[in-house]
Design a protein around this ligand. Structure first.
Ligand code: HEC
Length: 224
């Protein structure tokens, strides 16, 4: 093979091409490679490269103030701050529906992120507190029981005193789920016999549940 090639080259060299033909070959070769080179190596800056064009020499331009990444516009104050005109809201934002799924999610997130300090009951005596961390107020304190639900969202978002914020760990939708679950904890701990449907009261008092559905009206409680 090598011999054959050598022969071929010698053979070509043996016939001198005319100058014009040579010029055409060289020119087209130059044009072709020129083209290919441009497409391979488009003029561009590498990340963090220096630039002579901009006064600050930075090829990567700073993002203009107020720029919002697509899908990240947080225009809805109630949903993203838990407040309206600086006051915490007393009801959940319109887009949140209270159902079992929300409370289940809230319970799961609460048990991960809050219960270590606030305890699964919300009384502020979690494991970390038992080992010396500052004890937070109980959620069953009347002050916190009457606090608007937006307050819990706000504390998760911004922290409170010694408590760090959990905005990096808990996304807005989950903050609302946790806030709703805290409300459920508060209701559970402040419940009275009047909150129990009459039909189920026997269970609490150690008896059997009432068998007939009519029995639910027997206690006279208004649970319509
Ligand atoms: C590392 C322990 C710790 C964790 C975890 C924690 N907290 Fe707290 N929290 C505290 C402490 C301590 C305070 C009281 C801070 C102070 O008074 O300086 C507090 C205060 C609060 C308050 C304000 C109570 C008041 O007196 O007004 C709320 C509401 C609250 N936490 C909610 C939460 C929620 C919701 C979570 C979970 C997302 C959470 N915390 C996670 C320790 C914690």
């Amino acid at each position: 093979m090598a011999i054959a090639l050598t022969h071929a080259r010698t053979a070509r060299r043996a016939v001198p091409p005319s100058r014009a033909a040579l010029a055409v070959v060289l020119l087209s070769a130059a044009l072709i490679t020129g083209c290919r080179q441009d497409m391979h190596d488009t003029p561009r800056y590498e990340a963090l490269e220096e630039s002579d064009f901009f006064a600050d020499k930075r090829a990567m331009r700073p993002i203009p103030e107020g720029t919002v990444a697509r899908g990240n516009l947080r225009e809805d104050d109630v949903y993203y701050t838990g407040k309206v005109d600086g006051e915490v809201v007393h009801t959940l934002p319109a887009q949140i529906t209270v159902d079992k799924a929300l409370l289940d999610r809230g319970q799961q997130r609460y048990n991960i992120y809050c219960a270590p300090c606030h305890s699964t009951l919300g009384d502020g005596n979690g494991t970390i507190v038992q080992r010396g961390y500052k004890r937070p107020a109980s959620y069953h304190d009347p002050r916190l029981r009457n606090m608007g639900i937006g307050y819990f969202y706000d504390v998760i978002t911004n922290g409170f005193g010694q408590m760090p914020d959990y905005s990096a760990q808990v996304a807005p939708a989950d903050r609302w789920a946790i806030a709703a679950y805290i409300r459920a904890l508060q209701l559970a701990q402040a419940g009275t016999i009047d909150d129990v449907p009459a039909a189920d009261r026997g269970v609490l008092e150690g008896g059997a549940p009432a068998a007939a559905p009519e029995a639910s009206h027997g206690g006279g409680a208004a649970h319509d």
